[in-house]
Design a protein around this ligand. Structure first.
Ligand code: DPM
Length: 361
């Protein structure tokens, strides 16, 4: 409406365009971020722009065989670069550790439960992964999950399963897909909880059963790195502990030169150091696809005090961009140090072999 331009700023000046994948889970995640932003900035309005990515379109191929690292992000990033949108909300674990030139992560909000969960066919109600009958078929397309679960539960079988969460649960409950019948699925706890399906979680897998993926359970907002207005809006959404854990995990994966679909698992924890200090510990591991080889180690650091580190609030107005950058930098050294430890123990060879074996059929 041209009239409003004459009267002052056009209405679109106050509109922030938020890019999202169109799946139900992605929309729930995007709305979470928008709700937090709207609380901080009641004057702004937000518009969701949805897109289907390659990862959403190719549903019949196991992800590692598609052979691209930015399967779930590319189309959205093109729109971000072209200024059609101002930010993208991602599951952090779907975001490659190298972003396209000019893009940055402006915020990572408080992490939800990062673990993987066992979802059983109703006929197995009451069982656990340890007690599933021999030969039970577990559906997952994650090399990381398959490698670890083969190692820890050698009597189970594994089959790829694609599609969004709704599709997968239907395939589990309604007798399978293309001749494959599943006894159970392994899915991220956070995704199940966001969809309201927590009652389908039979067991949360601890790190001895299955270490989670880098960034799992956290949401990240990607922006143009030079877009100061948008980056300032997002700054308070950063949860310091989550940022530390996820920055360390991402530096770990980056130094290993792993993509989103490699058999790499992590476990982050922050605990009291006894004397009032807090200690961050990162465990990381690389597996062969058959689970026979595992290289794992850990690294820890005493955390410097930060302004909101002891609050659980995901909204802090205290941080400055430079403090946040320093914090991320410190975390990254922990991750890359751990990666170097694993590389010294032969992780490169294990990963290269896994990559070769996962792209040939
Ligand atoms: C990535 C993987 C998977 C997703 C690989 C992995 C799982 C693929 C599969 C990088 N992205 O975890 O080893 O199970 O076939 C994905 C999910 C979520 C984000 C769903 C899930 C929701 C949880 C979150 C898919 N990406 O892992 O069950 O926000 O962390």
């Amino acid at each position: 409406m041209t009239l409003s331009t004459a009267l002052g700023p056009s209405p679109s000046d106050g509109v922030v365009r938020v890019g999202s994948r169109s799946s139900e889970l992605a929309m729930i995640q995007t709305r979470t971020i928008i709700t937090a932003l709207q609380t901080l900035h009641p004057d702004l309005s937000f518009e969701v722009v949805t897109m289907k990515t390659i990862g959403d379109k190719i549903l019949d191929t196991a992800l590692p065989k598609i052979g691209q690292t930015n399967l779930f992000t590319k189309e959205l990033e093109v729109a971000l670069a072209g200024r059609e949108i101002d930010m993208i909300v991602h599951s952090l674990k779907d975001l490659p550790t190298t972003l396209p030139p000019g893009m940055a992560i402006a915020a990572i909000n408080e992490r939800d439960n990062p673990t993987d969960a066992l979802v059983l066919h109703p006929r197995h109600r009451g069982l656990q992964i340890e007690t599933l009958p021999e030969g039970s078929v577990v559906g997952t397309s994650s090399l990381r999950r398959v490698a670890q679960l083969k190692r820890n539960f050698p009597t189970l079988q594994f089959q790829s399963v694609r599609g969004n969460l709704n599709t997968r649960l239907r395939k589990l409950d309604n007798g399978g897909d293309g001749g494959v019948e599943y006894d159970a699925l392994v899915l991220a706890t956070a995704g199940l909880e966001r969809m309201g399906w927590q009652d389908r979680i039979s067991q949360e897998l601890d790190s001895t059963a299955c270490m989670y993926a880098v960034g799992q359970g956290a949401l990240a907002v990607e922006t143009r790195s030079d877009d100061k207005r948008i980056n300032d809006l997002l700054l308070p959404l950063n949860d310091w502990d989550t940022v530390f854990c996820c920055s360390a995990e991402r530096a770990f994966l980056h130094t290993l030169e792993g993509g989103c679909s490699v058999p790499v698992g992590v476990h982050s924890s922050i605990g009291g150091g006894g004397d009032g200090t807090r200690v961050y510990a990162l465990q990381g591991a690389v597996f062969s696809l058959d689970g026979k080889d595992a290289i794992r180690d850990s690294e820890c650091i005493t955390l410097p005090a930060v302004k909101n580190a002891t609050t659980t609030s995901s909204v802090s107005s205290l941080a400055s961009a430079s403090e946040l950058a320093e914090w991320r930098e410190l975390a990254s050294t922990v991750g890359s140090t751990l990666a170097e430890k694993l590389l010294n123990q032969g992780a490169k060879e294990v990963l290269e072999r896994a990559k070769r074996e996962s792209t040939v059929s």
